[in-house]
Design a protein around this ligand. Structure first.
Ligand SMILES: Cc1cc2nc3c(=O)[nH]c(=O)nc-3n(C[C@H](O)[C@H](O)[C@H](O)COP(=O)(O)OP(=O)(O)OC[C@H]3O[C@@H](n4cnc5c(N)ncnc54)[C@H](O)[C@@H]3O)c2cc1C
Ligand code: SF4
Length: 292
């Protein structure tokens, strides 16, 4: 188990029922963004908002709680959120920006900080990054095919989708689940060389693996990430449990929620390494070796 660098890992669940009702898991992302906005830690957040097309996310610069809450929930397709970062700084004039994204998007922001090519002064305005765990992502056409052809549900009738326990679930007018292996061929190819499951470069990372439904496994990684989380917990925004509470029976193969996360993380890194080596052998572009 590595999970990157972190100061603390914990299980959290938002107490605000309004957020709990729309959030994907424990509502950690939406609760923290609203809290940071209220406290002046940020003046806006880059999120995956809703668009005219069902389940097609629209990268959105949210400057109000209402806009942040409207973007809650996972859309299992690409939302190029980093594309909004310059507009947030230059057109919206934001000085303290939060970025929410998948591990690759957090990696892009971190890279921009170190090598700010064509993005002078922009990364200085990133006040917080919130990374969401990610195993894989789909193109919109791929997602639509999974929902309409495999699950046999019209995409506009879906109210929530989830990946967990080896299945892809859609909920709404009809609840359907299909084995996750049916979706593999629709994964975006670039995800196959991705070795980061837990958003290792974020200030705070959160996801569902390791905790029961309605809860989030959450890592406080940087000092600023831990400060924000500690204040939000002290102000009573979350129910908090130790990850040690999610232990399995003594004879179970997987001993705890964190063990499960560790196994899946290792699986992702091993798979990425295999694809990385194959590409390298073919003389194709490969992502930096340090990631493996
Ligand atoms: C493609 C994808 C794959 C994922 N795979 C896993 C996984 O394998 N295991 C796991 O534990 N968790 C995974 N997650 C994360 C999980 O689905 C939740 O986003 C996370 O647990 C946060 O829950 P929450 O209740 O705190 O978030 P909420 O409060 O509901 O907020 C969710 C936030 O995620 C943002 N968001 C939604 N869709 C996207 C998107 N496509 N790209 C970027 N940002 C987005 C929204 O802007 C919103 O701010 C995945 C997320 C995505 C987008
Ligand atoms: S698997 Fe990796 S590359 Fe693909 S969306 Fe998730 S974080 Fe990005």
């Amino acid at each position: 188990m590595s999970f990157g660098t972190y100061k603390e890992v914990m299980a959290l669940k938002a107490k605000d029922g309004k957020i709990g009702g729309v959030a994907q898991d424990g509502g950690v992302v939406t609760t923290l963004l609203c809290y940071a906005l209220e406290k002046g830690v940020i003046d806006g957040a880059l999120v995956a908002g809703k668009s005219e097309t069902p389940w097609m996310p629209k990268p959105t610069i949210a400057t109000t709680k209402e806009e942040i809450i409207a973007a809650a929930g996972t859309k299992y397709t690409i939302s190029p959120v980093v594309s909004t970062i310059k507009d947030a700084a230059r057109e919206y004039g934001l000085e303290k920006i939060a970025v929410v994204g998948t591990p690759c998007q957090i990696y892009a922001v971190q890279k921009m900080r170190l090598y700010g090519v064509g993005a002078r002064h922009i990364p200085d305005k990133v006040a917080m990054t919130v990374g969401i765990f990610c195993t894989e992502n789909f193109s919109y056409a791929g997602l639509r095919t999974v929902i309409e052809d495999h699950c046999k549900v019209p995409i506009e009738s879906v109210t929530k989708m989830e990946i967990g326990k080896g299945k892809f679930w859609v909920k709404g007018a009809k609840d359907v689940s299909i084995p996750i292996k049916e979706t593999h061929k629709y994964e975006q190819d670039g995800c196959h060389v991705c070795s980061d499951l837990t958003a290792e470069f974020a200030d705070i990372s959160t996801g569902s693996i390791g905790t029961p439904d309605g809860w989030s496994t959450t890592f406080a990684r940087s000092t600023r990430g831990k400060d924000l989380l500690s204040k939000a917990i002290a102000d009573g925004l979350f129910e908090k449990k130790s990850m040690d509470e999610f232990k399995s029976a003594p004879d179970a193969k997987i001993k705890s929620g964190l063990d499960l996360l560790g196994n899946l993380e290792k699986g992702k890194k091993d798979k990425a390494k295999k694809h990385f080596d194959e590409r390298k052998a073919l003389g194709l572009f490969v992502t930096p070796e340090i990631l493996y």
